[in-house]
Ligand binder design. Structure first.
Ligand SMILES: [Zn+2]
Length: 281
């Protein structure tokens, strides 16, 4: 059995990465990310407004003409139409192709990081959810449960399947403990000061604790501290430059999303480096 500290810090839990065929996988996931990003644009606009994400189909915000399939190709259509509606020629925000590009890039990098691995699906689902949640939080200061719960329902069972597939039930146990601990801590913070920490963040912590805890306890700490460090630096900079008032609420979900994505992408490398330093002495 692995020594307890390395088990808890995640070294013993590192998945064996398969580097074979990784180029094809990265290209495939990046292209899939472009399409998912296009869907996330719809989610980010409609979910906070309580509109259906299925119907009606996307339309020009100015002339309300439905967007044709040939004008709905991620990034390409926006470039071909030079950022304007085909019907009324009014400008279409560059935010749409940027979200598509960002999601494609994130999916590609996540695939490159994980390689051919069962868990990749869970992390891509989390990537997509975090992009949507961060964008909604920055605009509406809201983390809709209609996004968080389906994410939990997607990631949770997938990790159970992965635990069964790799025979790594101990990792699932650690993941659940991390999720419950993080949830409990945020629950108490929300109870003490609901203005400082909204209940959306409490719900989200369950998803973050589960997925990062699946990687290892060390990754949970990296995600948590990266989130708060980035949040503090950005928050203080905005206050210092008078772009935000001191008592204005902050979109904490954005920082949780960024910190978590960082932990997924660079956490294992940081921990491996830290282990090599501590083991050398
Ligand atoms: Zn139009």
């Amino acid at each position: 059995m692995a020594p307890i500290p390395s088990l808890w810090l995640g070294r013993a839990n590192r998945p064996t990465l398969v580097r074979r065929n990784v180029t094809i996988l990265v290209i495939y996931c990046a292209l899939m990310g472009l399409v998912v990003g296009s869907f996330l644009n719809v989610v980010v606009y409609r979910v906070p407004r309580h509109l259906s994400i299925v119907r009606p189909r996307s339309a020009c915000p100015t002339c309300h003409e439905p967007i044709k399939d040939r004008d709905n190709i991620p990034i390409v259509s926006w470039l071909l139409l030079r950022g304007r509606c085909r019907n009324c020629h009014s400008p279409i925000s560059s935010r749409y192709p940027l979200v598509e590009f960002g999601t494609g890039l994130l999916f590609g990098v996540t695939a490159w990081r994980w390689g051919v691995h069962f868990d990749l699906v869970a992390f891509l689902v989390l990537d997509a959810a975090l992009v949507a949640l961060a964008l909604i939080d920055v605009e509406h200061l809201l983390l809709p449960r209609s996004i968080i719960y389906p994410t939990l329902a997607g990631v949770g069972p997938w990790l159970v399947i992965s635990a069964a597939h790799y025979g790594q039930w101990h990792r699932l146990l650690i993941a659940v403990i991390c999720a419950v601990t993080w949830f409990a801590a945020f629950f108490v913070l929300n109870f003490l000061s609901p203005r400082a920490l909204g209940f959306g963040d409490v719900r989200l912590s369950l998803v973050l604790g589960l997925t990062l805890g699946w990687m290892g306890v060390g990754d949970v700490f990296i995600g948590f501290f990266a989130s708060n460090l980035i949040g503090a630096v950005v928050g203080l900079t905005l206050i210092a430059t008078k772009k935000r008032a001191r008592d204005e609420p902050i979109p904490y979900g954005v920082y949780l999303a960024v910190g978590t994505i960082l932990a997924i992408l660079v956490g294992p490398a940081l921990l491996a480096h830290w282990h090599s330093l501590t083991n050398a002495n």
